[in-house]
Design a protein around this ligand. Structure first.
Ligand code: SF4
Length: 80
């Protein structure tokens, strides 16, 4: 899967690093490091992080991809 974080929007709240620590990490107080090619096994965590981000800075480019089957979507109804 591919994802992008709009770093102009990101306010360093670190919700994503908390919810998907294998994909997102804070570097210092405000800068965010992330893996733009996160493994499919990280999909659910990444979607939770995208939903939780207070400024919607996390964009997942293939949300409509049929390969997403099997992902638990409970609680993720806010994901577009
Ligand atoms: S949750 Fe959103 S604002 Fe917070 S660090 Fe992650 S991308 Fe940035």
């Amino acid at each position: 899967m591919r994802l992008v974080v709009d770093l102009n929007r990101c306010q360093g709240y670190a919700q994503c690093a908390f919810l998907a620590p294998d994909v997102f990490a804070m570097h210092g107080e405000e800068s965010l490091l992330y893996n733009p090619h996160a493994d499919e096994t990280q999909r659910e965590q990444v979607l939770r992080a995208a939903t939780a981000c207070p400024v919607q800075a996390i964009l997942v480019d293939d949300l409509g991809d049929a390969s997403g089957e099997g992902v638990g979507r409970e609680g993720l109804s806010g994901v577009r």
